[in-house]
Each structure stands twice: as structure tokens, then as C-alpha cells.
Design a binder for this molecule. Sequence first.
Ligand SMILES: [Zn+2]
Length: 264
Amino acid sequence: MTKTEIKFGPGGFGMPAEEAFPKLEKDDLSAAEIEFTYGVNLTNEESKRLGELAKKHYIQLSIHAPYYINLNAEERQKIFMSKKRILDSCERAHHMGAKYVVFHPAFYFKDSKEEVYQRVKKEIESMQQIIKEKGWKIILAPETTGKPSQFGDIDELIRLHKETDCFLCIDFAHLKARYNGKVDYNEIFEKLKKNNITKIQAHFSGIEFTEKGEKKHIPTSKEDWKQILELFNKHNFSGVIINESPDNWNDAIKGKKLWDEINK
Ligand SMILES: [Zn+2]
């Protein structure tokens, strides 16, 4: 029996890729997310080189678009700039050979969930049109968000996936924070399966939260890893799990080791 494949890796690696990628390979990690947190800081040429280097070391790359994005902004200019940040990330992803561009889509403000959904959908479709025209081989992956004030619960994102060509990134820690710790991960897996999604792009780490949701990512305990990986195993899910904790690299190794143990 072939075991289900999950690629593990860190979100950001705090050193030049020339150093990081061989180390990732040595540590048996095969994914990494490039974080454009405060802006798209690579040229197309640099992205291409990064992609070649990743390939050489068997690293599957994804990109996290800048944080300053709100597709439900009141001012037209802010929406335009949000889309530009996402599209610039897509262009780099294309040159890099990264498949998914992950982003936090929007804030609700005072608008109803349905209104915001329709706006986000419209903007995603307009970006997909541009992606198609440019011939970029990438997929938009809006992420489940960590605060109840942010658009992006699991149902909204599954609906977007069904109604547009986008995929989704499931941040399990965000979901926990969003629902104040009251999240049933098993239910999330069931929901995804019901919608024919069994290969996912995921984020996972420890998380601190308040009633307003996400406060900060914290190191990932073995129990946390165990809980989520046993569900991947039980439901036969595969894909990529990016760790975003302050100790992301070691936490990714922890996850990978545990996964190998579970599948021994
Ligand atoms: Zn994120």
C-alpha cells in the first residue's frame, strides 16, 4: 500500500534560499511558502532562479501574498491595490513554478456575509480573467482566516471554490481561533470530502486567541500535530502542510516525523 503523501515545510525561512533549500532537503522537508508579508519583494528573474533551485532540491513552493489586502474595501483604490498585490504575487508564482497563491481575502466591516461574499467572488473572477489572459499557471487560494471580523470561514471558501476556479488554503489554527477553540476538525475534513476535496493546501501551527480570534501563532505541540495528522490519515487526505509558528522549521520536522511514524 502506498502511503498518502503529505509535504511538510516552513512558511518563510529567514535565510537565503541557497542556504535554506539544501537544508530543507537534508531535513526531509519538501515544501516551503514564500511570504510576501509586507510586499512583493522579488523580481520575475529572481523568482525564476528561486524556482529552479527549489526544483533541484525537490521543494514544492507556494506564495503567501501581502497581508495588506481587503477585497471589500470601501475605496475603489484600496481594492485596486489589493488586487495588484495578489496579481504581482501570481506573476512571481508563475515564474517560480509555485502552484498556489494564498491570501486573506477581506474584512466584513458592517456588511452582510452575503454582500461580502458576492464582492469577493466578483474580484476573484476578475483576477482569474487576468491570470488566464497572461497565461500564468497558478491557482488562487483564499485562506481560512483567524478572526470573526474577517471574511473566510470554511463554508464561504468551499462555496467560492465551487462557484469560481479558485482553490482554498485551510489554516486549521486560524479556524480554531476564529471559533474560540470550538472547532471540530473532523467535521472540517468531512465537509471537504463531501465537496470532493481530499488533496489540500494547509497551514498548521499552535495558536493563541481571544474572543476576537487570532492573537498570534505559537509553537506546535506534539499533541496538536497528532490530532491533525491522525485526521489526515483517517480521511486519507494528502497535500501540503505549511507551518507558520515562530519555530516553523523545527515544527515542520516534528510534523513530518510524526507522519512517518503514523504511517510506519
Ligand atoms: Zn495566512
